[in-house]
Design a protein around this ligand. Structure first.
Ligand SMILES: Nc1ncnc2c1ncn2[C@@H]1O[C@H](COP(=O)(O)OP(=O)(O)O)[C@@H](O)[C@H]1O
Ligand SMILES: [Mg+2]
Length: 299
């Protein structure tokens, strides 16, 4: 089982779209995939379930928020209890041998540390003694045998280096970082790298066991404007700039095409499984799945 966190502090760079499509693409190759929605916007949840269903999960306390709120010991709500099976998507995966499950999010997980009982002191800071167990919480719970049936677990993170993103960083075997090919995104990639390094140092200062290794990050350029088969020049420059920084980058570029992505999720089916999708769009997404599989094999 491999855990892949999909991260970027910037919003609107395609994290949720990438998570949904990579997940469905891996499942279409016959793998058992679990998606975990760690963003309070619950966009990933709403990509596979209706808005009404998403609200019902919150009311029934069957979300990642309920998991955060349950106490450390004898957790009322285990992560495994929250696994759902999106029907519309799995109906399309019927003959592939693969499946796709999801743990839903809710709007109440913005300040996750405040939700976890006993995690913060009176000033709102994480207690030193709680630092490691809190940051390991996702990693520890995913070690439950209930998750060993999954080949890949993809974690869609919030557009912030929040506690939930840090939990995903500690738990992950690798990170996919969707990014646009522009100046501010190039800055954001470097900023994210610094924050991950700081987290790794802080975690190890608190003597977390096993020690945390700096996560392996692979940038995936999304919403790229293509002319023919090449990105437009200014974007090609930013892609080269990021590559020159020594950052690993997906060879596949996900092109910008609102007509293929705007309605994605509305019918509970990601673009990669939808009908009537142009071959070049499908090709981009399958190219990403191929590369992710190759990267995971080498881990
Ligand atoms: N390759 C693409 N081309 C055009 N629009 C896209 C593409 N990828 C994502 N989008 C759109 O961009 C918006 C933001 O994407 P989303 O995946 O929600 O980003 P994030 O999770 O990083 O905030 C969504 O409306 C989505 O439909
Ligand atoms: Mg998102």
């Amino acid at each position: 089982m491999k855990i892949v966190a999909v991260v970027n502090n910037k919003g609107g760079v395609g994290k949720t779209t990438v998570t949904a499509n990579l997940g469905a693409g891996l499942a279409a190759r016959g793998l058992n995939v679990l998606l975990i929605d760690l963003d309070a916007q619950a966009s990933l949840t709403k990509s596979f379930f209706t808005v009404q269903e998403t609200q019902d999960f919150v009311l029934a306390k069957r979300t990642i928020g309920a998991w955060l709120q349950s106490s450390d010991r004898g957790r009322a709500q285990t992560l495994a209890d929250l696994i759902l099976s999106p029907q519309r998507c799995n109906a399309l995966l019927k003959n592939t041998g693969g499946r796709l499950d999801l743990v839903p999010s809710d709007p109440f997980i913005v300040d996750a540390e405040v939700l976890v009982p006993g995690a913060v002191d009176q000033t709102g800071h994480i207690k030193a003694a709680k630092f490691v167990p809190l940051h390991r919480r996702l990693a520890d719970d995913l070690a439950d045998p209930a998750f060993s049936k999954y080949d890949v677990i993809l974690v869609d993170c919030a557009p912030a280096f929040a506690l939930t993103t840090k939990m995903a960083s500690v738990a992950s075997d690798m990170m996919v970082m969707p990014a646009r090919a522009d100046f501010l995104s190039t800055e954001a990639i470097q900023d994210m790298g610094r924050r991950l390094l700081d987290l790794t140092k802080e975690y190890n200062k608190h003597q977390g066991e096993p020690p945390m290794r700096m996560p392996r990050v692979k940038v995936l350029f999304t919403m790229v404007q293509m002319r023919g088969n090449q990105p437009i020049e200014v974007q090609a420059q930013f892609i080269n700039e990021v590559t020159a920084l020594g950052v690993k980058v997906f060879g596949t570029l996900v092109r910008d095409r609102s007509s293929a992505y705007a309605a994605s999720g509305r019918h509970g089916v990601p673009t990669i499984l939808a009908t009537g999708v142009p071959p070049e769009i499908r090709g981009d997404l399958h190219g990403c799945v191929d590369e992710l599989l190759q990267t995971l094999e080498r881990l």
